[in-house]
Design a protein around this ligand. Structure first.
Ligand SMILES: [Zn+2]
Length: 694
């Protein structure tokens, strides 16, 4: 209300303990499309992204990599920036939490909270999860973290605490009064339930490590990483600076219109962040929007499954626009979506090469051929056919629907709407046969030809303008070919049917999209394999932890539970086959479950597999026989420690070969985090070897 002309949108800042993958790209592309469209709507838009660079994990990873934390974070932050350039992301600012402007802003926020009586000093003794960088309700050394299931460490320290308990009522009131504060609805309900269950004061400083922002006046403490990270949304636009220019900028852009986040970091953004802001007496963001996860063929991307997809592979083959289009078109925003190379190539061929690409090249080359490259006259309204009118009406309708859907974050439906016009016009061209009209003598045929080509070109212009925020490069080229100059200058608010000027001189007409076939899929798969081999041989700590604020960060143990299956020798068979169709409600019958024979086994022999740093070869006694099992658990378990251990085996699995060794079954384990760290299933009571699980 206060300033309708500005629009401020943020991505989470990505935790530099992991290399960027396609999940990070997804979040950032969504924000980029929104920001580009807002600019085309005439809004004073500010699009922020950046990297989250503090915390104990970084300190440890740097030590493991043999460099300083600063050297470590510089390297990964540079990877993000480089990738974002290639993805054509139009961010206005890239903040790094190690920058002086951020450090100063976080300290100012901390002081502000202290001055208002929301921060006090207390002492804490309890369990701490290094992975989540979180104090947790768990009892005893090594007790599993309720968030991620990893063992916790006992810490005893004097800490600063934030009075989160005092914010319960104010937060509940906020959620009630601003239903759009958290979207979608399912996330909102989770947050409300969490706050209703009671909030305890939050420890907001640490003395156990150094790599962070010192507490003002008490530098023995560093500020809690989440308070540090969340503050980026205000420090980037000038909060905490005493320069007049920065103060003005902060007042102009804050509060944010949209914080875009992944669903795993909802609590931090919807509970802690508004609590900090309320306590600091700063305005609250208008909306926090959580999207789902990007899965690889129905399963969560993880390094141990060998199914992390890097954006670079698609950039090198089909280009940034193809990936951008796929992510927005294929994934229903808010739900989990699936990525596969097959689906990518199919989308590319159907929608881009054969859809928009075909419409563009046939329309523009016919105008070039038949009208010396100048947009022809359509006939007067009375002389137009029902076909001509239908396309014009659909054009108008497309603009209205696309805008409404896009504004509701229904990107997939909006693109479906726009491409509905593409197919309608491609059909209109086939039905009206302009190539036949061109052969016919006489004024009437010539007038029809002009009308058909004008109508097609006008529809092309509308789709191109609407799609520009999603596929900026190819639409800019089509716009040039249409002879319309710079597409970024279009005002989308004024987009209407019939604005294409008669006599507009076309640019040079050429194909906008490359060709793709089966070999493209094979090329991409090969590139992925090569890339993952390289990163494995470099094998550094940065690969092993998920993003804190990135897309698809730490997964809950309950969701992660599942058997560890070592990466098959080749993904190609699976890619070609695609995912198995689940039933409508995703449930299987008891009979289906009983088909799986689960048995207790005891590890008799365990050893590393030469040339495969993830694999262990085991001999497991399952009562009736001893089986050889090869499993991808070497990173998590020393072979010696496994001997004598009881494990759960899928006993009736078809044998398969891994690195030349036959694996006669599968070992059951939970798979934790982005990297899929395996934790073997076991029993608290003693169980005999060979016992069946049911
Ligand atoms: Zn944890």
């Amino acid at each position: 209300m206060d300033n309708p002309a500005k629009f401020y949108i943020t991505t989470p800042i990505y935790y530099v303990n992991a290399h960027p993958h396609i999940g990070h790209t997804y979040t950032t592309v969504v924000c980029d499309a929104i920001a580009r469209r807002q600019r085309m709507m005439g809004m004073d838009t500010y699009f922020l992204t950046g990297t989250d660079e503090h915390g104990q994990k970084i300190e440890r990873s740097a030590t493991a990599a043999g460099c300083t934390p600063k050297e470590f974070v510089d390297k990964i932050a540079a990877e993000y920036r480089e990738l974002w350039e290639r993805m054509k992301l139009s961010y206005d600012d890239f903040i790094r939490t190690t920058e002086p402007r951020h450090v100063r802003g976080v300290q100012a926020l901390f002081t502000r909270l202290q001055e208002r009586g929301y921060i006090y000093k207390g002492s804490y003794s309890g369990q701490y999860c290094v992975f989540d960088e979180l104090y947790v309700d768990a009892v005893g050394p090594g007790a599993p973290c309720p968030e991620c299931g990893r063992p916790t460490e006992t810490v005893q320290e004097e800490n600063y605490f934030f009075k989160l308990s005092a914010m319960e009522d104010r937060l509940l009131k906020l959620y009630a009064e601003q239903p759009d504060f958290i979207r979608p609805e399912t996330r909102r309900n989770e947050v409300i339930a969490f706050v209703r269950s009671g909030l305890r004061d939050l420890s907001v400083s640490r003395t156990t490590f150094k790599w962070g922002i010192p507490v003002p006046g008490d530098p023995k403490h560093v500020i809690y990483v989440w308070l540090d990270a969340l503050a980026n949304y205000i420090t980037a636009i000038g909060f905490g600076s005493d320069k007049e220019k920065d103060k003005k900028k902060f007042e102009h852009y804050w509060p944010a219109d949209v914080h875009m986040i992944g669903k795993e970091i909802v609590r931090f953004h919807c509970v802690y962040w508004p609590a900090f802001l309320l306590a600091a007496e700063l305005p609250l963001p208008k909306s926090i929007v959580a999207h789902g996860w990007l899965l690889f063929e129905e399963s969560k991307m993880s390094k141990s499954r060998g199914n992390i997809v890097r954006s670079e592979t698609i950039l090198d083959t089909l280009g940034a626009d193809t990936l951008r289009y796929f992510l927005l078109r294929e994934i229903v925003f808010g739900s989990d979506g699936s990525f596969s190379f097959d689906a990518l190539v199919q989308r590319f061929n159907a929608d881009l090469a054969n859809g928009l690409g075909n419409l563009s090249s046939r329309t523009l080359s016919m105008i070039t051929r038949y009208f010396t490259g100048e947009v022809p006259y359509p006939t007067t309204a009375q002389e137009r056919t029902a076909d001509d009118r239908a396309v014009a009406e659909l054009g108008e309708q497309t603009i209205r629907d696309f805008n409404a859907q896009f504004e509701q974050f229904q990107f997939s439906r909006a693109l479906e709407t726009a491409w509905g016009l593409v197919s309608a016009v491609n059909k209109y061209i086939v039905d009206n046969e302009p190539w036949t009209l061109a052969e016919k003598p006489g004024q009437d045929a010539r007038a029809r030809l002009g009308t058909v080509l004008y109508t097609s070109a006008e529809a092309l212009r509308i789709v191109t303008a609407l799609a520009h925020p999603i596929i900026p490069e190819s639409t800019a080229r089509i716009w040039q070919q249409l002879g319309l100059g710079e597409i970024g200058k279009v005002n989308l608010r004024e987009l209407k049917w019939g604005q294409l000027q008669i006599g507009t001189k076309l640019g040079t007409v050429e194909a906008v999209f490359p060709r793709a076939d089966k070999s493209t899929i094979e090329r991409m798969q090969k590139m992925e394999q090569e890339r993952s081999t390289v990163s494995e041989s470099q094998s550094q700590a940065a690969e092993t932890e998920p993003a804190r604020t990135g897309a698809q960060a730490g997964q809950r143990a309950t969701e992660a539970a599942g058997p560890v299956s070592p990466a098959p020798p080749s993904k190609s068979a699976e890619v070609a086959a695609g995912p198995a169709a689940p039933t409508a409600d995703n449930k299987i019958s008891i009979d289906d479950f009983l088909k799986v024979e689960l048995r207790v086994g005891e590890v008799k022999v365990a050893e590393k597999v030469k040339g495969a740093d993830k694999l262990l070869r085991m001999e497991v006694d399952i009562g009736t026989e001893v089986r050889q099992i090869v499993a991808g658990i070497a990173k998590a378990y020393d072979p010696e420690k496994l001997i004598g251990r009881k494990v759960v085996i899928v006993a009736n699995l078809q044998p398969r070969k891994l690195r030349g060794l036959e694996s006669q079954g599968m070992i059951v384990a939970a798979s934790l985090g982005d990297e899929g760290l395996p934790v073997l299933a076991g029993f608290l009571e003693d169980v005999p070897v060979g016992a069946k699980l049911k």
